[in-house]
Ligand binder design. Structure first.
Ligand code: BGC
Length: 741
C-alpha cells in the first residue's frame, strides 16, 4: 500500500510551525549541506578529489590528508535552525550527536540525514543493473528492505535511490545504477525498490525514505557522456523516461531528485514543466524535491542563470524544495523574497513539503531513533549475508557455455588468474559508500573456504604488464583456467563514461595466452556496464557475467561454478557488438528500411547491426523450450498463455518474457516492448502453462498532436503481435486483432 504523506493532523502541526518560523529558519529547512572539512590543507574536498584523480597526489597521500582533517558538522548553524538536512553522514553516534544540536534550535525541528544507499549499506548486494536481471520483483523489495534496516540502524533516514533512469548507452557509467534499457522493467524495479526501502509503515524506525532519481532522461545523455545534454521529443520523454518515475510516485516514493542535465535547453533543476506541471499537477506528487549535488549552482554553467541568485530564483519557482550542496538557496532566497522576486508563499510551500516527510517519518516525535548497540547488532547479520548471496546468485549471467566448461567437473586441476579474483573490495561496485570492503568475499577466498585446490596468480608483473611466462607455466599445469577480468569499481558509476568498451588490452592478452595453451577456460567478468566482448567470446569456452556482485561475491560465484546453483539471470541492457552501435536497445522504433542484405538498409558497412547479446539474454545449465503461444483479447486485456518446458537434466529457473508490438499505428511504434514477465522454477523435464493478463491500455502511446494539446495515452484498433521467449530475440510469435470498444 502506498504511503500518503499528507495527513490532516500533520498539516495542522505544520501550519503552527510555519506561523512561528522566521524566513531564515524556513530557508534553513530547504538547505542540505555536506559536512565541511577542517584540516591541515587549504583545498576543498572536491579539489582534493580532483588532485587524486589527476594523479597529483597518491592514494597514500590522500588517505594521510584525510586522516588529518576533521568533519565540521556546522554546530552553530544547526543550533540556529539554519540547516534542514545533511548529506552523506552516517553512524549512530555521529548522527545522534548532530541531532542533539538540532534539538537545541528554537523549534527543535530534527535534521533529516540522507545518504546514497544504492545497493546495500554495510551488507552490499549486486549493483542494480545486475539485480534487475534476476527478474524477481520480490528480490528487489527484500534487498532494499535489508539496506533500509542497516542504514536506519546507522542513523540514515533517507536514501537517494532507486535510480530509475532508463539507460540505453553502455558508454554511460551510470547504467550500472539502474535497471537497464527497458521502461517496463525499470518501472517494476522502481515500485518494488521503493516499497522495500519505505515499507508499509515509514515511521517504524526500520525503513527509510526513498528518492526516485534523476528526474528526468539523465540516462539519455548524448554520446553516453555523463552530465551531457539531451534533446528529445515530448512523446519519447513521456513514453520512455517518465513512466518509472510515475510508477515510483504511485508506489508512494517520498522524494524525487531532478537530474543534472538539460532537456531540450532547459536544465531539469529549473524545469517548471517537469517539476510542477507534470510532477505535481498531473501526477499529484506529495513529497519533496531535492536538487542533485550542486546542480542549482551549475545552472550558471549551463548559461541559463546569470548568477547563483538567479539560479536560486529560477529553481525555487520551478518547484525545487531542497538545495543539495550548492547553498544557492540559503544565500539568496531571503533577499529574493525581500525584493519581491520570490513570494514567501513559495518558500512556505517547499518547507511544508519537507516538514511533511519529517512528521510522517516520526522524526519530529522521535528524533533519536537508533543507538550504537542497535547499529552493531544490525550490520552484516547472517541473514543479510544470506540474502546478499541469494541476490548475487540470481544476478550472475551465464553468457556462454561450450565444451561442457561449466559447471566445473570434479577432480580437475584449477588455475585462477587475475587481481579481481583476489580483491574483495572491488566486488562492492561504484556506489557502495557504507559498504564494508573487508567483509567482501573474493573468488579466491571462497575457493579456499570451499577447500577447492587451485593456484592463483594475478597475471601481471609489478609494472602492470602481462606476466606471460607465469601464465604459460600455470596453464601448462592446469585442466581448466578461470580468468577474472573487467572493470575496477571506479570504472563505472558517476562520471565514469567510457569511449571503449572492450576488456583492457592486458586482460585480452591474458585471454589470448590462455587460448594458446589449449586449456578449457572460463572468463569471470566483473563490470558495471555491458562490455563489447566480440573478440573475447572467441577466446574462452564460457563466460560468467558476475557484474559487481557485492559482499557475498565469491561464495555466489563458487556456487555457480560448481553447479550448486544453476544460473538464471538475464542481461537487462544489450551487449553491443561494437562501440559504434551505442546507443543500442531492443525496443527501438521501426525504420522504413530495416537492416537487411541490400545496400540501402539501416545498417553499418563495417560492424554488425545486431548486438552481441540482446536484452533478456542469459543461459542456464539446463535448457527450456517454449510452445503453444496463444493470445486473445478479453475484458480489454491481452490474455496470453504459453507453455515452458525444462528440456535439460537439471532443475532451473527461467525468466519468461512477454513482448508486444503494435504493428500499425498513427505513430511509429517500437518493434517489441516487454510488457510482462514471470520467473518459473522447473524441475528437469517439467513443463508449465503460464498465463498473463496485460491490459490493452499498457500499449497506449502519445499521438503526435496529443502531447501539446492534452497529454493523453491512446490505444488504436488494429493488429498486435505477441512474443514469448527467454530473451528479446529468440521468441515465439502470434498475432491478434484489437478493436476499440
Ligand atoms: C549524484 C546523485 C547522488 C548525489 C549525492 C550526485 O553527484 O548525481 O545521484 O545522489 O551526488 O551523493
Amino acid at each position: 500500500m502506498a504511503i500518503h504523506w499528507i495527513t490532516e493532523e500533520n498539516e495542522k502541526r505544520i501550519d503552527a510551525l510555519l506561523a512561528e518560523m522566521t524566513l531564515e529558519e524556513k530557508i534553513g529547512q530547504m538547505r542540505q549541506p555536506g559536512p565541511s572539512l577542517v584540516g591541515a590543507f587549504e583545498v576543498s574536498f572536491e579539489e582534493l578529489l580532483d588532485m587524486r584523480f589527476d594523479g597529483k597526489i597518491s592514494d597514500e597521500e590522500f588517505q594521510k590528508m584525510m586522516s588529518s582533517v576533521k568533519m565540521d558538522y556546522r554546530e552553530e548553524e544547526v543550533k540556529a535552525g539554519k540547516v534542514g538536512s545533511f548529506n552523506g553522514v552516517s553512524g549512530a553516534e555521529t548522527v545522534n550527536a548532530i541531532q542533539e544540536n538540532a534539538l537545541q534550535s528554537r523549534h527543535k525541528i530534527p535534521l533529516l540525514f540522507g545518504m546514497d544507499v544504492i545497493h546495500g549499506y554495510k551488507t552490499v548486494y549486486p549493483i542494480p543493473l545486475a539485480l534487475a536481471g534476476s527478474f524477481e520483483p520480490e528480490l528487489y523489495r527484500r534487498a532494499a528492505e535489508m539496506a533500509a534496516e542497516e542504514a536506519s540502524a546507522a542513523g540514515v533516514h533517507w536514501t537517494y535511490a532507486p535510480m530509475v533512469d532508463v539507460a540505453r548507452d553502455a558508454r554511460w557509467g551510470r547504467i550500472s545504477e539502474g535497471a537497464g534499457e527497458d521502461t517496463y522493467l525499470a518501472s517494476v524495479f522502481a515500485v518494488h525498490t521503493v516499497q522495500g526501502f519505505q515499507g508499509e509503515d515509514i515511521s517504524d524506525g526500520k525503513h527509510i525514505i526513498a528518492c526516485a532519481k534523476h528526474f528526468a532522461a539523465y540516462g539519455g545523455a548524448e554520446a553516453g557522456r555523463d552530465y551531457n545534454t539531451i534533446d528529445i521529443s515530448e512523446q519519447k520523454l513521456r513514453e520512455v523516461y517518465l513512466p518509472p518515475f510515475e510508477a515510483a510516485i504511485k508506489a508512494g516514493v517520498g522524494t524525487l531528485m531532478p537530474a543534472f542535465n538539460d532537456i531540450s535547453g532547459v536544465p531539469c533543476s529549473v524545469n517548471h514543466q517537469l517539476l510542477t506541471e507534470i510532477l505535481r499537477d498531473e501526477w499529484g506528487f506529495e513529497g519533496f524535491l531535492i536538487s542533485d549535488a550542486n546542480a542549482i549552482d551549475e545552472c550558471v554553467n549551463h548559461g541559463i542563470a546569470e548568477d547563483r541568485k538567479d539560479a536560486a530564483r529560477q529553481s525555487v519557482l520551478a518547484g525545487m524544495d531542497m538545495d543539495m550542496s550548492s547553498d544557492c538557496f540559503f544565500q539568496n532566497l531571503e533577499q529574493l523574497v525581500k525584493e519581491g522576486k520570490v513570494a514567501e508563499a513559495e518558500i512556505d510551500q517547499a518547507v511544508r513539503r519537507i516538514l511533511r516527510l519529517k512528521f510522517a517519518l516520526g522524526l519530529v516525535d522521535q528524533p533519536i531513533r537508533t543507538n550504537t548497540e542497535r547499529e552493531q547488532e544490525t550490520m552484516l547479520k547472517p541473514e543479510f549475508r544470506a540474502l546478499a548471496r541469494e541476490a548475487a546468485e540470481k544476478s550472475i549471467v551465464l553468457l556462454k557455455n561450450e565444451n561442457e566448461a561449466l559447471p566445473l567437473a570434479g577432480g580437475k586441476t584449477l588455475a585462477l588468474i587475475g587481481a579481481l579474483a583476489a580483491d574483495g573490495e572491488q566486488m562492492l561496485g561504484a556506489w557502495a559508500m557504507g559498504g564494508d570492503g573487508e567483509a567482501c568475499v573474493s573468488v579466491k577466498a571462497a575457493l579456499e573456504a570451499a577447500r577447492q585446490p587451485f593456484t592463483w596468480i594475478s597475471g601481471r608483473k609489478e609494472d602492470g604488464s602481462v606476466d606471460s611466462e607465469g601464465i604459460r607455466t600455470l596453464c601448462g599445469q592446469a585442466d581448466i583456467v578461470l580468468v577474472a577480468a573487467g572493470e575496477q569499481k571506479e570504472e563505472s558509476g558517476e562520471a565514469a563514461s567510457r569511449g571503449e568498451l572492450s576488456l583492457h588490452p592486458e586482460d585480452r592478452d591474458i585471454l589470448r595466452l590462455v587460448k594458446e595453451s589449449g586449456k578449457k577456460s572460463v572468463l569471470l567478468l566483473f563490470n558495471g556496464r555491458p562490455l563489447v566482448l566480440t573478440e573475447e567470446v572467441e577466446l574462452v569456452d564460457a563466460i560468467l557475467e558476475c557484474w559487481h556482485p557485492g559482499t557475498e561475491a565469491g561464495n555466489a560465484i563458487v556456487n555457480i561454478l560448481t553447479g550448486k546453483v544453476n544460473p538464471s539471470a538475464k542481461i537487462t541492457a544489450s551487449f553491443p557488438a561494437a562501440v559504434g552501435q551505442c546507443p543500442i536497445y531492443y525496443n527501438h522504433t521501426s525504420t522504413g528500411r530495416p537492416a537487411g542484405k541490400g545496400k540501402f538498409t539501416s545498417k553499418y558497412l563495417d560492424i554488425p547491426v545486431e548486438p552481441l547479446y540482446p536484452f533478456g539474454y542469459g543461459l542456464s545449465y539446463t535448457s527450456y523450450e517454449y510452445a503453444n503461444l496463444k493470445a486473445e483479447i478479453r475484458e480489454e486485456a491481452f490474455q496470453i498463455e504459453v507453455t515452458v518446458k525444462n528440456t535439460g537434466e537439471r532443475a532451473g529457473e527461467e525468466a519468461v518474457q512477454i513482448y508486444l508490438q503494435d504493428v500499425a499505428a498513427s505513430r511509429v511504434r517500437p518493434v517489441k516492448e516487454l510488457k510482462a514477465f514471470e520467473k518459473v522454477a522447473l524441475e528437469a523435464g517439467e513443463q508449465r502453462k503460464l498465463c498473463f493478463t496485460i491490459p490493452v491500455a499498457e500499449m497506449g502511446f502519445y499521438s503526435a498532436g496529443a502531447v501539446a494539446a492534452k497529454p493523453a495515452r491512446i490505444v488504436e484498433s488494429g493488429l498486435f503481435r505477441v512474443y514469448a521467449g527467454g530473451n528479446s530475440r529468440d521468441t515465439l510469435c502470434t498475432e491478434i486483432s484489437y478493436a476499440e470498444l
